[in-house]
Design a protein around this ligand. Structure first.
Ligand code: NI
Length: 267
């Protein structure tokens, strides 16, 4: 049984078959899915799917890129609604939150991203929830911020940092999760991190509908392909696939506080 710890089923590419696909996951061996939000609207949808499907859990939050064009007042009103939504029994994390400097070069806008990230780290601390961190080209600033909240645990999703940063995150109690990037020919850096990080700190994710793994690269991704990340980790670490499947599922359940027995009707 596998746990896809990061998939965006609110994406409109799932409009034609979302219900059928989500319903069918357990019979394809995907016993658990965590759907993060990226703003208020997608967070509401994540909660809706979590209410509808027993094997789906939700995270709620503002992605750093999604505050562009919003006033500070709109952002703080949105954060209040996110915090109320986070008390829903099937919301098990705050995410995805973090920093994205790839598209954002303006120092003022980067500062706004940092403020938003800090506000949501504090929120996670208040609510006792883990965080799902998006870090694109902002490794040092992300690390600096998470170090300021030592009581908060979480996962760096689609991890793209160095082995050194990984070691500092592990020391803080964080997990690392990997997408289809791990299956690409040129994934040397990610492979090296996977080789060095203990199996009890790794998780698998699709980041659907993005980042489809080989041999599905370029197609719409879905949780049906999450087995490819477990295969890649098994190959890199030289351990049996079943062991990776079991460990990554247990890790996700431990971090996100998923109840014992959840997802076990998956084949
Ligand atoms: Ni994502």
């Amino acid at each position: 049984m596998l746990f896809d710890t990061h998939a965006h089923y609110d994406d409109r590419r799932f409009d034609p078959d979302r219900d059928e696909l989500l319903r069918s996951l357990p019979e394809h061996g995907v016993g658990l899915v965590l759907n993060p939000g990226c703003d208020l609207e997608s967070s509401l949808k994540a909660v809706d799917y979590a209410e509808r499907y027993p094997h789906v859990y939700a995270a709620v939050g503002y992605h750093p890129e999604n505050i562009e064009g919003l006033t500070d007042a709109q952002v703080s009103a949105g954060l209040e609604e996110i915090e109320a939504l986070a008390r829903h029994p099937k919301v098990h994390a705050i995410g995805e939150i973090g920093l994205d400097y790839y598209w954002c070069k303006d120092p003022q806008e980067r500062k706004r991203q940092q403020e938003l990230f800090r506000a949501q780290m504090s929120m996670a601390g208040r609510l006792g929830l883990p965080v799902i961190v998006h870090d694109r080209d902002a490794h040092l600033d992300c690390l600096t911020i998470v170090e300021q909240y030592p009581k908060v645990r979480g996962v760096f999703h689609c991890y793209a940092g160095s082995v050194e940063t990984a070691e500092r995150l592990l020391a803080l109690g964080y997990y690392l999760s990997f997408t289809g990037v791990l299956t690409f020919q040129n994934a040397k850096k990610a492979s090296e991190v996977v080789r060095r990080v203990p199996l009890d700190r790794l998780m698998v994710e699709t980041d659907s509908p993005y980042m489809a793994p080989e041999p599905y690269r370029g197609k719409r991704n879905s949780s049906l392909y999450v087995y490819r990340m477990a295969e890649a980790i098994a190959e890199i670490k030289g351990v049996p696939y079943e062991e990776v499947a079991r460990a990554t599922t247990e890790n996700g359940k431990r971090l996100f506080g998923i109840p014992e027995g959840a997802g076990e009707d998956a084949v």
